[in-house]
Write a protein that binds this ligand. Sequence first.
Ligand code: PEP
Ligand code: MN
Length: 357
Amino acid sequence: MFDLKPLFDDIDPNSPLIIAGPCSAETEEQVLSTARQLAAKGIKIFRAGIWKPRTKPGGFEGIGAEGLKWLQKVKEETGMKVATEVANHEHVRQALEAGVDLIWIGARTSANPFAMQEIADTLAELKYDVPILVKNPVNPDLELWIGAIQRIYNAGFHRLGAIHRGFSSYGKHLYRNLPQWHIPSELRRRIPELPIICDPSHIGGKRELVAPIAQQAYDMGFDGLIIESHCDPDCAWSDKDQQVTPEILNVILNTLVVRDEKITTENLTMLRQQIDEADNELLEILSKRMRICREIGQYKKEHGMTVLQSNRYDEIMQSRVKLAEEMGMSGDFMKVVLISIHEESVRQQLEIFNNKA
Ligand code: PEP
Ligand code: MN
C-alpha cells in the first residue's frame, strides 16, 4: 500500500538511525556546543526544537526562526544533518527554506487532522524533497497515527518514518508517556515497510529510563532512536529531567545491544513487556483502591460507623465473582483475590480508627 523510499541515500537503512540533540534550541552557544560534542561522538543527525508546543502558556515556547540560523551553523561546522519539529504552514516554509534536512511532526500536531493536512498541503506546494517523521498522537489512537502518515504520503512524500514517543495518560506513572508497545507493533504489522524509531526520552521522562527503554526498542526491532541530549541538562529550558549529556548518550549507545534477528509480535520479549505493563496497571489500580478505602475509613470514623459492614462485603463478593466468571476467569480464584484485598482494606481502615488524630 505504501511505496516508501529510504529516509537518506547516504545513511545505511540497515543500521539504526540515530538522531540526538537538545529538546530545544536555547542559545547559539548551547546549540553549537551540544552539536560539536555530539558530532565528536559520531552522531550524524542533530535535533533541536525551534517551535515548542507547551502545555500551558508562560513556558519557553521556543526561540523561533532565529534558531534556524544556528542549525545552519551546525550543518556548516560539523557536517551533521539537522532536524526540527514543525506544526504549521509557516514552520514548514521557514524550516525548508533554511535547509533543514529532516522534519518531524510532534505528538500534539499528529493528533490534529487539520494541522496535518495544512502541513501536507504546504509540503506539496513547496516541493522540497525532505524526509518526514511522524510522532504518534498523544492519545493512543493508531488510526489517527496512520491517518497523519497517510496525509503526508498522499502529498507525494515517500521518505517517511514514524516515531514512537509513548501516550499520555492521567495520573502518576513510572513513565512520562506510557509506551503501550503493542501500538507501534500493530503499526509495524499494518505498514511493514515504514521505519519506526523510538523516543525513549519522551516515553521515560527521566534520564535513568532512557537506556532501558532504548534497549526494549532495539529488542523489538525498532529502526533507530531519537534521544534528547544537552550540553548542560540540569540547566535546560525544557525537559531537563530527561536530557543526557553527549558523553552519557555515547555510553548509552555503546552499551545497547542491537539484535540481528528482528523480533516478531508473537515473541516472548513482547509478551513479557505486555505482562509488565499489565502488572503496572494492576498495581496502580490497587493503590488507588486502597487510597479510596482509607478515605472511607476516615468517613466512617467521623460518622461513628463500624469498619465492617457485612452486607456491603457480601454484595461486593457476589457481584465481582460473577463479573470475573463472565470475563472468563475462575470464580474461586477471584474469591481468594477479593478476600485478600478486603483483609488489607480492613487493616488499613482499622489503622485510621486507631489513629488518635
Ligand atoms: C520533542 O520532541 O521535543 C517534542 C515536543 O516531543 P513530543 O511531540 O513527542 O511531545
Ligand atoms: Mn522535549
